[in-house]
Design a binder for this molecule. Structure first.
Ligand SMILES: Nc1ncnc2c1ncn2[C@@H]1O[C@H](COP(=O)(O)OP(=O)(O)OP(=O)(O)O)[C@@H](O)[C@H]1O
Ligand SMILES: [Zn+2]
Length: 725
């Protein structure tokens, strides 16, 4: 009998699947997860990708056997097709993409059993107050998990153990706790405002009918997009199918999980980078077995092996955080649409500031737009004013202009909250010696060291290099000669404390956040009005709903503009519009101030006039004229090496190897804007092609003929790049 051979894809940086023999008696099929020997790595988990009916004859004797079938649900065709597609599009190896789908960790053993206790025997010989509390808590005779019993009685588990030894309590084996309980689609149905009704209805129908469609829930800030897309989720739960709600990682800390619980009566399953390994493994398995109904997750949740995915929601779809910038470089929003089309299910995108891509798709009718033009509860959008820094700027060494300070003062007088926004972590972006002008720079990067006083370190934001502030200038040896140049949030907090000495100020910035739990707590405290002034980075820009927040001051509105990044305008508009949109969500006094040197800039004008359409019109016209996305396609290639000569030489050789095509333009190589990162010298190439052009195929052909990388040279390909530094 001929041996059966199959091709197995393994989660390592390889594109091709390897052939293995199926040992007699082993039952495996395509999609099954198996353990296979893989060279020096030993046994590795992989997935049977295809039958191989005609293995090359010479190969036969060298083939190894599959070691074992792993007892987890097999990867469905839909997910396998998706993995192939993502790899083909992004040029990441298929193994790397598969790896994202196999993130269940190694400890996928049987779920841990829990110990429960119940009251059965006579009271113990020796009675104590603590023991008495336990007896009272358990007097109903019901089984409780040991930890729950201790918590209810307010004692340590040691007290419980003691009572078990005495025979007063008996232990019972409990089934493992579920990752998430089934949500109830009718737990608390909202009363929709008129403006929400049509969109909610449309989404219900869309999900009910099923099939691939893309809807863009385009609602102003505070319009209640979440409640509206929850209707789609509810409908999908009723159908018994699984839902994925994608969020930018950091938004998962916000109030979204509480809102979900309020609407559906129980928490969803979560998927993000901070899940404990065991919970990660259990969640993965529960998703694969169809034991979880709704997953709220960061971008990697897109690669989970859903048993029956019926709906994908992408919240804050414009977020740049959806782009993964290392390993496989993919945009989770775009790939969500791809997975939706492969799985033939509805996709819902939501944003108050849609990406230019989605906006164009909606304008052309490729996506269906569901518009929510008003804030929920009748609040109006904030009134926005510019503060022209060329004319009414703050005093030297200060960053809050007098007019903004006065407005903050008035807001606080009324008992409202104010948010001062500056998208820059740390105390100051630059430290220089007053005596000789020397600037403290990262030894590994082409970047200044950022002064972080809270942590008492100078830190490089590119590589993480850090050092204590030096006592003397390394150049002229002067002491106490260093001066901070420019503001970061920590410095802004200091200024706010000087201006408003008796107010409660909270600083929110990713590097001062101790844990996700702590951040959740702080955000709740803000919502409860426990702080007067919030000084924050983009961490506070999104999704949050703070009822008493009525003033937003943007300290440096120009920060993201004019750095040669083709998406700078879009990003600045989205960010500032979202931040300003935190103001006045429950009453009509919301105001926003933009401190800017260029109040006439189209982005500033659109923000001041509240004229979103105007912004999109201008930006879309610009993109169309210049052939930038979505009217054309881009890819970036970054070459890096440990010296400039090698990086430049190799980048030139790569450029020279580009296949000729009259519609494609290869720009560069040019030294990257940040020319050195982590001691590596960087050169960039930018490839521009028409919209219909198959850029991935072109790049693949190109890389096949490009000179091989050698000796520490590295090349990164980025299709649809979002970062250009
Ligand atoms: N139909 C409704 N019934 C009761 N409360 C609602 C309803 N719709 C929205 N809300 C409440 O209105 C507030 C604003 O809604 P939500 O935060 O979902 O808006 P959003 O459109 O997501 O805003 P943003 O884009 O600015 O984050 C929330 O407190 C939400 O709970
Ligand atoms: Zn550095």
């Amino acid at each position: 009998m001929a041996t059966r051979v199959v091709d197995v894809l393994v989660p390592v940086a390889l594109d091709q699947a390897y052939s293995y023999r199926v040992p007699a008696g082993m039952e495996v099929g395509v999609g099954d997860v198996v353990a296979v020997p893989l060279g020096a790595r030993g046994e590795t988990a992989g997935v049977v990708w295809a039958e191989n009916p005609n293995p090359a004859p010479g190969l036969h004797n060298r083939l190894k056997d599959i070691a074992a079938k792993i007892d987890v649900p097999s990867l469905r065709q839909e997910l396998r097709t998706f993995i192939d597609w993502v790899a083909g599009y992004t040029l990441a190896s298929r193994g790397m993409v598969l790896r994202m789908a196999l993130r269940m960790g190694d400890n996928l053993g049987p779920a841990r059993e829990r110990v429960g206790v119940r009251l059965v025997g006579p009271p113990p010989q020796r009675m104590t107050v603590a023991r008495q509390r336990v007896l009272r808590a358990l007097e109903d005779g019901m089984v409780r998990a040991k930890g729950d019993a201790a918590r209810e009685a307010g004692v340590s588990t040691g007290v419980i153990d003691g009572l078990v030894d005495e025979g007063t309590l008996e232990t019972v084996v409990l089934p493992p706790e579920k990752v998430a309980r089934p949500p109830d689609p009718d737990f608390r149905k909202p009363d929709f405002a008129l403006g929400q009704l049509a969109a909610a209805d449309a989404l219900r129908t869309t999900v009910d009918q099923g099939g691939y469609t893309v809807s863009l829930v385009d609602g102003v800030t505070g319009s209640g997009k979440t409640e509206v897309y929850f209707e789609a989720v509810a409908e999908n739960i009723r159908k018994g199918r699984q839902t994925l709600i994608l969020m930018p990682e950091i938004a998962l800390t916000g109030q979204s999980l509480d809102r979900f619980t309020a609407r559906f009566g129980t928490k969803p399953a979560e998927w993000h980078s901070q899940l404990a390994p065991r919970l990660r493994a259990r969640t993965w398995a529960a998703v694969a077995e169809g034991d979880v109904s709704v997953v709220v997750g960061a971008r990697s949740a897109l690669f989970l092996p859903y048993a029956d995915l019926g709906l994908i929601v992408v919240d804050e779809e414009h977020e740049q955080a959806y782009k993964q910038e290392d390993g496989a470089r993919y945009n989770a929003r775009d790939m969500a649409v791809v997975r939706g089309s492969i799985a033939k299910i509805p996709v819902v995108l939501a944003s108050a500031t849609p990406s230019v891509e989605s906006e164009v798709n909606a304008r052309k009718g490729r996506y269906r737009r569901l518009h929510l033009p008003e804030r929920f509860g009748g609040a109006s959008l904030p009134h926005v004013e510019a503060i022209d820094l060329t004319r009414e700027g703050p005093p030297r060494g200060r960053f809050i202009a007098p007019r903004l300070a006065e407005a903050v003062h008035n807001t606080l007088e009324r008992g409202d909250q104010a948010l001062l926004f500056l998208n820059r972590r740390g105390f100051a972006p630059l430290t220089l010696c007053r005596a000789c002008g020397f600037r403290l720079q990262c030894p590994n990067c082409d970047a200044w060291l950022v002064d972080h006083r809270f942590r008492k370190r100078l830190i490089c934001h590119h590589c993480g290099y850090n050092m204590p502030p030096p006592d003397a200038c390394p150049n002229c040896h002067a002491t106490e000669s260093f001066t901070a140049v420019g503001p970061g949030v920590e410095r802004l907090e200091q200024e706010a404390a000087d201006l408003f000495p008796d107010k409660r100020i909270l600083i929110l910035s990713s590097d001062v956040v101790e844990s996700m739990e702590r951040l959740r707590q702080e955000l709740d405290d803000v919502a409860d009005g426990k702080f007067d002034i919030i000084v924050g980075t983009q961490l506070v820009a999104k999704g949050h709903h703070f009822p008493k927040l009525n003033l937003v001051g943007i300290v440096d509105a120009d920060l993201g503009l004019g750095n040669g990044d083709p998406r700078a305008s879009e990003r600045t508009f989205q960010l500032l519009h979202q931040v300003v949109g935190r103001a006045g969500r429950e009453d009509n006094r919301g105001v926003g101030f933009l401190q800017t040197h260029q109040p006439e800039h189209p982005v500033m004008k659109a923000l001041i006039l509240g004229d979103r359409e105007k912004f999109y019109e201008t930006e879309i016209a610009l993109r169309e004229a210049s052939g930038y996305p979505p009217f054309g396609r881009l890819a970036g290639i970054v070459v890096s090496a440990d010296n400039k000569h090698d990086a430049e030489g190799y980048a030139k050789a790569v450029a020279k190897a580009a296949p000729y095509n009259e519609t494609v333009r290869v720009l560069g190589p040019a030294e990257a804007p940040v020319a050195v990162v982590r001691g590596r010298h960087r050169y960039r190439l930018l490839i521009k092609a028409p919209r219909e052009f198959n850029l991935s195929a072109y790049l693949r052909d190109w890389l096949a003929v490009a000179p091989k990388t050698r000796g520490g040279i590295k090349m990164d390909v980025d299709v649809d790049p979002m970062s250009f530094y």
